[in-house]
Write a protein of this length. Structure first.
Length: 267
């Protein structure tokens, strides 16, 4: 599946995506530092009133500006997934850190074109960090170009994972294979970990138990910074391949090496 968008259209969509992120920051502002009321969803994941409010507001803005576009949302469900353009929304990625007051949570916004992630915004309201990636362009961090770093040896790599508890019994060996071969591990970074990888601060990221809204923006962000991100089989992450397992690396050679280890561990 291929995707081609002219530059002017992509510029307009990127500006619109940042407008959505700005709106999310406005809604976040009164809640920063306060303990939210928490609900437990049927799948035992956590949700707050702010999750629902942010997504509802972003969906409303999208519906008004682009009524023919589809929406794939964590809290509000899906609409028009057959559309040429589909927005993917995660109002608060890292709801547990948000509840606990750990400032690694953020709003994730992605745009799919014919099923391919072509635009991604990751915005962290507390630190005011923002990564923006768009197909064919250099990823930006706070408005400046950023890039992944080279990593000559897996044994020197810094690996991140959002939460080791999210790995099932069959997936745990894959994580352990990378954990045992890397020098440093960072836990609990949620979406921030993938932004830091794009900025050249870490080398590898692996996660399991994810949904499309958890990682769709990472694809253009990491690829636009020179990195690689796939599922655990090395397949591209697309609307029609919404894997729950993600592997990213700044150095393409380290991604290939890590992928081989993961696949061997899953046998």
């Amino acid at each position: 599946m291929t995707s081609t968008i002219d530059s002017a259209t992509l510029n307009g969509l990127a500006a619109f995506a940042e407008r959505l992120a700005d709106e999310a920051r406005v809604l976040f502002a009164p809640s920063i530092g306060l303990a939210p009321r928490v609900e437990v969803k049927a799948d035992r994941s956590l949700v707050t009133a702010l999750d629902k409010a942010i997504e509802a507001r972003l969906r409303n803005i999208i519906e008004q500006a682009y009524p023919t576009h589809g929406i794939y949302g964590e809290e509000g469900g899906h609409a028009r997934l057959e559309a040429e353009f589909v927005w993917v929304l995660d109002p608060i990625d890292g709801t547990a850190p948000f509840i606990a007051g750990v400032p690694v949570f953020g709003t994730l916004i992605a745009l799919m074109h014919r099923g391919v992630p072509v635009l991604g915004v990751m915005d962290l309201p507390v630190t005011r960090d923002r990564w923006v990636g768009a197909t064919g362009r250099s990823t930006t961090f706070k408005g400046q170009s950023c890039a992944v770093r080279a990593c000559a040896n897996l044994g020197d790599a810094m690996l991140s994972t959002s939460n080791p508890d999210l790995y099932g019994p069959q997936e745990r060996p894959a994580f352990e294979a990378l954990r045992s071969r890397t020098r440093w591990r960072i836990y609990g970074g949620c979406c921030m970990s993938y932004g830091l990888l794009a900025s050249g601060r870490t080398d590898l990221a692996i996660d399991a138990g994810l949904k499309l809204w958890d990682y769709a923006p990472f694809v253009p962000i990491i690829e636009g910074a020179g990195g690689v991100i796939t599922d655990w089989n090395g397949h591209p992450l697309r609307l029609d391949n919404a894997s729950s397992r993600v592997l990213a690396a700044g150095d393409p050679a380290r991604h290939a090496e890590a992928l081989a280890l993961v696949r061997q561990a899953m046998l």
